[in-house]
Write a protein that binds this ligand. Structure first.
Ligand code: GUN
Length: 298
């Protein structure tokens, strides 16, 4: 049986970061403009700490101005909103990202809505979500943007393809459905209440899995030759009882990768796939925001 072509997130992310670095250098040289990214982390969630550190390091590596605000878990809503307001007004900052989830007691929607939509490099402000739904120029959420770049690289023109998105989250499922629609795909959003989910998935030329259920999507859910984009990042115990007993865990996606690879035409691995694209696309969005704010977009 033929094996799916692997869509390499590492190589694609490296390419995006290299392209961003070239553009940042040109902006500095030609316009004296250094794109600036502010990342805000509230609390000490270990996974979020890793992501936030990575965002800071990568933004510096491409030549951006980078600031990270680490706030205590018991930060008050008013104080967080005041920080967002300060960043909104700071001319050295073009992108603001408040890492989610926020600790209990903080109102995520209010915080995201307080961010200046022009600096909303997460693309989660209602204004950007609305612009995306209208098919207008918007800042687009980073993970969906990464998925679209990988799909375009693998398949070229997506016009007319049947796309099924499994998952309807605000962060991934809904925006990727909008982006696929904007690329002229015929889009279905499936979810936990969808009847005969396997049959719906089998119709897909493009199958995007964003449900957060380890290895839920099996080989016989996949149309032969389909492009499978796995957004899942699930931490599970090892099957090996010795490793499991030692408390060791590994990361798997929402797709049963090994068996799916024997059916799909293209597939993203986990780890090494979509996850690596998120930070690269955050850098791209920060560059885009800086250019738009300065009126320099081509
Ligand atoms: N937490 C997990 N993914 C994301 C993301 O893309 N943006 C933000 N702000 N928080 C996240």
């Amino acid at each position: 049986m033929s094996q799916a072509q692997i869509i390499d997130g590492k190589a694609t992310a490296e390419r995006i970061r290299a392209e961003v670095a070239v553009e940042v250098a040109a902006l500095k040289a030609e316009h004296g403009l250094t794109p600036g990214l502010a990342v805000v982390l509230v609390g000490e969630d270990p996974a979020s700490q890793v992501y936030v550190r990575s965002k800071g390091e990568h933004s510096k590596a491409v030549g951006m101005h980078s600031v990270t605000h680490l706030l205590a878990a018991d930060t008050r809503q008013d104080d967080l909103l005041a920080l967002v307001e300060t960043l909104n007004r700071d001319p050295a900052i073009h992108g603001i990202l408040v890492q989610l989830p926020l600790p209990k007691g903080l109102d995520e929607k209010a915080v995201i809505t307080a961010i200046d939509p022009a600096k909303d490099v997460d693309g989660l402000h209602p204004m950007n979500i609305g612009l995306l739904a209208q098919g207008q120029k918007a800042l687009v959420p980073c993970t969906p943007l990464g998925c679209m770049i990988m799909l375009s690289d693998a398949l070229g023109d997506l016009t007319g393809k049947r796309a099924v998105v499994v998952g309807r989250s605000v962060l991934v499922g809904k925006p990727i459905a909008q982006l696929l629609l904007a690329a002229d795909c015929t889009v279905t959003i499936a979810h936990s209440r969808t009847r005969d989910l396997a049959a719906v998935c089998r119709e897909a030329d493009i199958l995007v899995a964003a449900v957060g259920r380890p290895q839920m999507i099996k080989a016989d859910w996949i149309k032969p030759g389909a492009a499978v984009i796995d957004v899942g990042i699930n931490r599970v115990p090892f099957r090996d009882p010795v490793k499991a007993a030692a408390g060791k865990t590994k990361i798997v996606g929402d797709v049963a990768y090994k068996e799916a690879s024997a059916v799909a035409g293209f597939i993203t691995p986990v780890p090494g796939g979509v996850g690596l694209m998120t930070v690269a696309c955050l850098l791209r969005n920060t560059l885009t925001a800086a250019k738009r704010i300065a009126g320099l977009e081509a």
